[in-house]
Structures are given as structure tokens and as C-alpha cells.
Design a protein around this ligand. Structure first.
Ligand SMILES: [Ca+2]
Ligand SMILES: [Ca+2]
Ligand SMILES: [Ca+2]
Ligand SMILES: [Ca+2]
Length: 367
């Protein structure tokens, strides 16, 4: 009887060649040699394994429905139907709808296809899970995640919100006595795209470019000159708003300025530099802040120096007084103990005092 001494694994060694020798105990012995081939039958002991646990792919929005996305691959080490892999989308939901309404997977090849046109403005990415099952009994399965990143396309033109447009135009009141640099109105627009596809710049297309100018960043419309009194009742310009996409998309609005008598309201900000930038105003403000800060720092430094100098002088005065008082006492003490020691007297007055003390001491001690 031939028995195995360890577990056999078809995926490691599918076939064994054995040489069996049968020998009798006679003298001389006779023997028979027979070759055996042992082929292992397969058991479904391997689940399908994906080439990656997570697949990351990118799809440009506005794709055609049915567009190819990517292919996932899972391998199964087993044989025949035990190793035959079938792919399937896991039943998940995305934005309230079954994932199977967004993408489909080819069960045999693992290729993934879009079922609808993706809109970046609605969904930025799609997450799904794919399972791979073998044909064993019972079947084994593995799974992998797929992240589909949607890439933005410049598919939205700027939308002008202010002033509110009616059939692409708006009426704006303009006081006849408005000064140069008066901000007549501000055009405000939004773009649903992202990044450079939504970066907006404002311009003037047609109309009265000598009378009006626009700040290309803020959309402020400035009056370039004081209106002459023979000017018409209405002036108009066409404002363009373009995004920075490739190709760029542009929206336009026609502004009709209705000239009304009088001066502009006093609370309306006026920039004297006609068509000027707020940037220059901001720059002026930052210069003022820098100057104020620098001035404060200088004052603080001067105050510190002044305090330090005063303290130093006081300390010197104090130590001078101390040494003076010590000098007198010291002279006396030393004078008493060591006759004839040299004395240290600084001022004439003090020296005089020292001499009289010295004389008194000598007259007392010398007798
Ligand atoms: Ca197997
Ligand atoms: Ca298998
Ligand atoms: Ca877009
Ligand atoms: Ca855009």
C-alpha cells in the first residue's frame, strides 16, 4: 500500500512518478520494478485573487454612455471550472441609485463600462466593488475596490448673477454729476466648473470704452470721465465674462446706463483713479500699516534705550556716593589703625577735612 506522508497540493506538484520495487527473500532474490504515475485531481482550494486590492482610474466627464473605463483581473490557481473566474458588481448604492445603473462589468473579461455620461459638477468620484467568483462547488470568491475619479471639463459658461439680466441685458442708473472713477455697478458672475475652468475675467466688448472701463478681476464698472451735458439719455456697454478654460467660454451682458439728474449717493465708494484697481488702494493701505508698525517699533526702541541710559546713570551715581562714604570712613578707620598710611582724598574740601582729622589723631596719639 502506498500512502502519502504529507498533504499533497496539486497547485505545487500536480504529478508524481514512483518506482516500486518488489523483491523476494530467496537466494538469489528476484525482483520486479514497476513505474507508477500519480496525477493529483484538483480540489477548489484557491479563491480568485485580484492583481490589485484597489484600482484607481480617471474618466473625463461628459463621456459617452457605454464608454470603456478599465479592466480588472483576478487569477485563480485551480484547474478547470475551479479556476474559471466570473466578475460581478457588488450590490452597492451610489447617490441613492444602484451602482449597476452607473457602470457595468463584463463577467468574463472584467472590463468596466460607463452606463451614463458622468457630470463632474454632480459627482466628483464613483466608488464600486467588484467580486470575482470561481466555478467550484462550493464557489470561492475575492473582491477589489474601484475608485473612478471624474475629471472636470470646461463645460459651463460663466453665469452672470449681478446685475440681474433680462434677455441678456440690464438697466443701471448713472447720476449725471458722477465724478471720474465712480463705480457705476459691479458685474458678478459664477462658473460651475472648477480650477482654471472657473477662473473668471471681465472685459468690455463693445459700447463706450472711452467712457467706461472694467476691472477684469472684480467686475467693477468705472466711469472714466465726467459726463458732458450733451450726452444722450442712455449709454450702453457690453460686458464679457470669460473663464480660463481651454477653450475658454464667454458670457456677455449688455448694460444700459440710464442717466439721471444729480450726484451719486454719498456712501458710494469713489476711486479717483478712473478704471483703477482696488489693488492699488490695498497696496496703499499695506504701506500705511508698514509705516505705522515701523514707527511704533522705533519709538519702543528709543524708550528702551532711554530707560536703560537713565538706570545706568542712577546706578553709577549711587555707586559713586557709596564709594565716597566708604572713602571717608575707610580713611578714618585705616588712619586710626595704621598711622602714616597714605590717604585717598579726592576733593579739596574733603582733603582739608582729612588733614584736620589726621592732625587731631596725631595730637592725641603723639601727646
Ligand atoms: Ca486546487
Ligand atoms: Ca478556485
Ligand atoms: Ca465641468
Ligand atoms: Ca467654465
Amino acid at each position: 500500500m502506498i500512502v502519502s506522508t504529507s498533504p499533497l497540493d496539486r497547485e505545487k506538484i500536480p504529478e508524481y512518478n514512483l518506482t516500486v520495487v518488489a523483491e523476494d527473500l530467496g537466494s538469489p532474490p528476484f525482483r520486479t520494478i514497476t513505474q507508477y504515475t500519480i496525477r493529483l485531481t484538483d480540489e477548489n482550494d484557491n479563491a480568485p485573487v485580484f492583481s490589485k486590492p484597489v484600482y484607481e482610474v480617471a474618466v473625463v466627464e461628459n463621456n459617452a454612455p457605454g464608454a470603456y473605463i478599465t479592466t480588472v483581473v483576478a487569477r485563480d490557481m485551480d484547474m478547470g471550472s475551479n479556476g474559471k473566474v466570473t466578475y460581478k458588481l457588488a450590490d452597492t448604492y451610489f447617490m441613492g441609485s444602484p451602482i449597476s445603473t452607473f457602470v457595468s462589468v463584463d463577467p468574463a473579461s472584467g472590463s468596466l463600462y460607463a452606463l451614463r455620461s458622468f457630470n463632474y459638477e454632480v459627482m466628483k468620484q464613483l466608488e464600486l466593488r467588484i467580486t470575482a467568483s470561481d466555478g467550484g462547488s462550493p464557489p470561492l470568491s475575492g473582491s477589489a475596490s474601484v475608485y473612478v475619479r471624474i475629471i472636470d471639463q470646461n463645460d459651463n459658461a460663466p453665469l452672470i448673477l449681478q446685475p440681474p439680466l433680462n434677455n441678456g441685458s440690464a438697466e443701471v442708473l448713472l447720476p449725471r454729476d458722477a465724478p471720474t472713477g465712480y463705480i457705476v455697478t459691479r458685474v458678478e458672475a459664477r462658473d460651475a466648473d472648477e480650477g482654471t475652468n472657473s477662473e473668471l475675467s471681465y472685459g468690455l466688448a463693445t459700447g463706450e470704452p472711452s467712457v467706461f472701463s472694467v476691472n477684469k478681476v472684480t467686475g467693477n464698472i468705472y466711469l472714466n470721465q465726467v459726463l458732458s451735458h450733451d450726452v444722450d439719455e442712455t449709454l450702453s456697454v457690453t460686458v464679457t465674462v470669460s473663464d480660463n478654460g481651454r477653450p475658454a467660454l464667454t458670457s456677455t451682458a449688455t448694460l444700459h446706463f440710464l442717466i439721471v439728474a444729480g450726484s451719486p449717493p454719498s456712501d458710494r465708494t469713489v476711486y479717483q483713479a478712473g478704471g483703477g484697481d482696488e489693488a492699488s488702494a490695498q497696496w496703499d493701505l499695506s504701506v500705511v500699516i508698514i509705516v505705522v508698525l515701523a514707527g511704533s517699533c522705533t519709538l519702543l526702541l528709543l524708550a528702551i534705550i532711554l530707560i536703560a541710559t537713565t538706570c545706568n546713570r542712577r546706578r553709577r551715581d549711587k555707586s559713586g556716593e557709596d564709594s565716597d562714604s566708604y572713602g571717608e570712613k575707610g580713611t578714618l578707620e585705616r588712619g586710626r589703625s595704621h598711622a602714616g598710611t597714605t590717604r585717598c582724598c579726592h576733593s579739596t574740601e574733603r582733603r582739608g577735612r582729612c588733614r584736620s582729622v589726621w592732625r587731631r589723631w596725631r595730637s592725641r596719639s603723639g601727646g
